[in-house]
Design a protein around this ligand. Structure first.
Ligand code: UDP
Ligand code: MN
Length: 251
């Protein structure tokens, strides 16, 4: 049997949340040996996420970890101003370290709730020995941001990134997986708040690996199996009026 893929998904309440999590859950149902770690950015677990997970048919762990108010993105703040998902991904890493050990065969993947995942991605994630990398579509100002790697050996020789190419690891959050044994070995590796925007990936990766030991996957980093899609917030002007009258059309 292959390793269990532990996918860590931070998520927060907003109108599209149920749609996003539904889309993800139905992709994840296609993946063997899958364990979804869903971390709500909230002070309590919500009924919406609780019910969605209970009826998903997936193996999952549901936790909540609110972003400290000081770090929370305001409604009109530009999205690069504060890091998102830090508290939630760290809570999931702590859960993993408290609940899994060397006897488990697993790979950790950070799966944001708005991206688009091909079922073929998970075959690549399952190959990760220590730290694996692959291309991500629609990110960094490119159709595809990718590691450059040797097809035969998987050795990574560079990156095509043009957005902040001086990042220690110029890769999106969706573009790497870390074997469980590495997460357990490097037991203090976590994400952090007070770092430059766009450097979260580098922050965790520099604590667990070096550029020259990355494993390039997805057919020599030639295939795109994940896209950094972002969902447009829906127009709900009429709903706002209905809510004021206590007559929301809501779910
Ligand atoms: N997220 C969160 N709380 C927030 C904003 C975002 O938990 O206040 C989650 C979000 O649901 C997603 C992840 O953090 O799973 C990354 O956020 P986003 O997709 O907005 O980041 P971007 O696509 O801009 O990198
Ligand atoms: Mn996103």
């Amino acid at each position: 049997d292959g390793p269990t893929i532990y996918a860590i998904t931070p998520t927060f309440t907003r109108p599209v949340q149920k749609a996003e999590l539904t889309r993800l859950s139905q992709t994840f149902l296609l993946v063997p040996n899958f364990h979804w770690i869903v971390v709500e950015d909230s002070i309590k677990k919500t009924p919406l996420v609780t019910n969605l997970l209970a009826s998903s048919g997936l193996t999952y762990t549901h936790i909540n970890a609110p972003t400290p108010p000081h770090y929370k993105l305001g409604k009109n703040d530009p999205n690069w101003e504060k890091p998102r998902g830090v508290e939630q991904r760290n809570a999931a890493l702590r859960w993993i370290r408290n609940n899994l050990n060397e006897s488990h065969n697993g790979v950790i993947y950070f799966a944001d709730d708005d991206n688009t995942y091909s079922r073929f991605l998970f075959k690549e994630i399952a190959k990760v020995k220590r730290v694996g990398v692959w291309p991500v579509g629609l990110v960094g100002g490119l159709m595809v941001e990718r590691p450059i790697c040797d097809k035969a050996t998987g050795k990574v020789t560079g990156f095509n990134a043009v957005w902040k190419p001086d990042r220690p690891f110029p890769i999106d959050m969706a573009g790497f997986g870390i074997n469980l044994k590495v997460i357990l070995e490097k037991k203090d590796a976590l994400f952090a708040y007070e770092i430059q925007s766009g450097f979260q990936e580098s922050e965790i990766l520099k604590q667990v690996t070096h550029r020259d030991e990355l494993e390039g996957l997805a057919d020599g980093c030639s295939k795109v199996y994940v896209w950094h899609t972002r969902t447009q917030p829906p127009v709900l002007n009429t709903e706002t009026l209905l809510i004021k009258k206590g007559k929301s059309s809501n779910q």
